[in-house]
Design a binder for this molecule. Structure first.
Ligand code: 13P
Length: 356
């Protein structure tokens, strides 16, 4: 059996953090894993220097994860095709609006024996309905792809504070490559750390939908928080949000399991942590406090990072409008309208009670 080569596409705060986790496991298990972990980083200049060169020489992602020392075996690579060369497992971890462009660059460079794990948060909406991002990866690259999501605020995990996560993966039967296929044992060896506890399930749809839609709920929690409505109002938004997330999943992904939302870190726990301390809640709060637009709030607060809730609420709105079900999701509808300026936060209680 050859040692597994793992790479990560994405060098934002979560991408860098997940690469740190993987790199630590590669150092700890030299017979199981190849030493170096390539991390594709979107190249940008920081005070005249390339970000990849800064990461490789100073062992720190000064832009997206400042103050966190990175293991020496991480190699930041600005070229996508070079990043995935000889990889057995590709981890996808970047703002999901870049997925189609990244997949078109990777096409033809990834053999079918490669496996993927998507840490992306969002949906692929097209005229026929919607697809999971992991399905989009599978369809474009011809590889099996699972999903990783959980109550995982990157800055905490980067500082090795304990948390849990959920990996959803279906072990394929078609493997024809060298050695044994990526299975639950390998996945756990790849991602599990003393401070990052992994549970593996098979509900890729449930994990993906939960991870995507909680960002929409977090924007709405930010709205009511920004107006100073207190903890009761925030909890009310989370309650309605959880119900709409489950309903959405049952409607569009009937094979997803309700237990993923109620029992797994990727479900209710991620909803809570994201609504307490994620980037999307900050964006919603800032919009409410200052009257800024969603994109101005994102620019003002996130130092080049992306608020995935803004993109996702648009995707959800597009899909639900297209299939004529928007009024069945009053929180998603109201969050879209407030985010894009056609409704006021003050009206939120009315918008929610209308359809309940
Ligand atoms: P944001 O920081 O993008 O809101 O996401 C938080 C998160 O996904 C926690 O699991």
């Amino acid at each position: 059996e050859h040692p597994y080569k793992i790479c990560v596409i994405g060098g934002g705060s979560w991408g860098t953090t997940i690469t740190k986790i993987i790199a630590e496991n590669c150092l700890a298990r030299p017979r199981l894993f190849r030493h170096h972990v390539n991390m594709w980083v979107f190249e940008e200049k920081i005070n005249g220097e390339n970000l990849t060169e800064i990461i490789n020489s100073r062992r720190e992602n000064v832009k997206y994860l400042p103050g966190v020392k990175l293991p020496r075996n991480i190699v930041a690579v600005p070229d996508l095709v070079k990043t995935v060369k000889d990889a057995d497992l590709i981890v996808f971890n970047f703002p999901h609006q870049h997925l189609s462009s990244i997949l078109s660059q990777l096409k033809g460079h990834v053999p079918p024996t490669v496996r993927g794990i998507s840490c992306l948060k969002g949906l692929e909406v097209n005229k026929d309905g919607c697809k999971l991002l992991s399905e989009h990866i599978s369809d474009e690259l011809g590889i099996v792809c699972g999903a990783l999501s959980g109550a995982n605020l990157a800055p905490e995990i980067a500082r090795e504070k304990w948390s849990e996560t959920t990996i959803a993966y279906n072990i394929p039967q078609d493997y024809r490559g060298p050695g044994r296929d990526i299975d639950e044992v390998i996945l756990k060896a790849t991602f599990h750390r003393p401070y990052f506890h992994v549970n593996i399930i098979d509900d890729v749809a449930g994990v993906s939908v939960a991870g995507a839609l909680k960002n929409v709920v977090a924007l709405a929690v930010g709205f009511v928080d920004g107006l100073g409505w207190g903890d009761n109002a925030k909890s009310a938004i989370m309650r309605v949000g959880l119900l709409e997330i489950i309903k959405f999943s049952e409607t569009f992904f009937p094979k997803s399991q309700q237990s993923t939302f109620t029992r797994e870190s990727a479900g209710v726990a991620d909803l809570i942590t994201t609504c307490l301390g994620g980037r999307n809640v900050k964006v919603g709060r800032y919009m409410a406090e200052t009257g800024a637009s969603a994109h101005d709030a994102e620019r003002a607060l996130l130092n080049g990072q992306s608020s995935q809730g803004i993109v996702t609420c648009k995707e959800v709105h597009e899909l639900l409008t297209h299939v004529g079900k928007m009024e069945e999701y009053p929180l998603f509808a109201a969050t879209y309208q407030i985010t894009f300026g056609s409704e006021s936060i003050e009206n939120l209680p009315n918008l929610l009670s209308k359809n309940l």
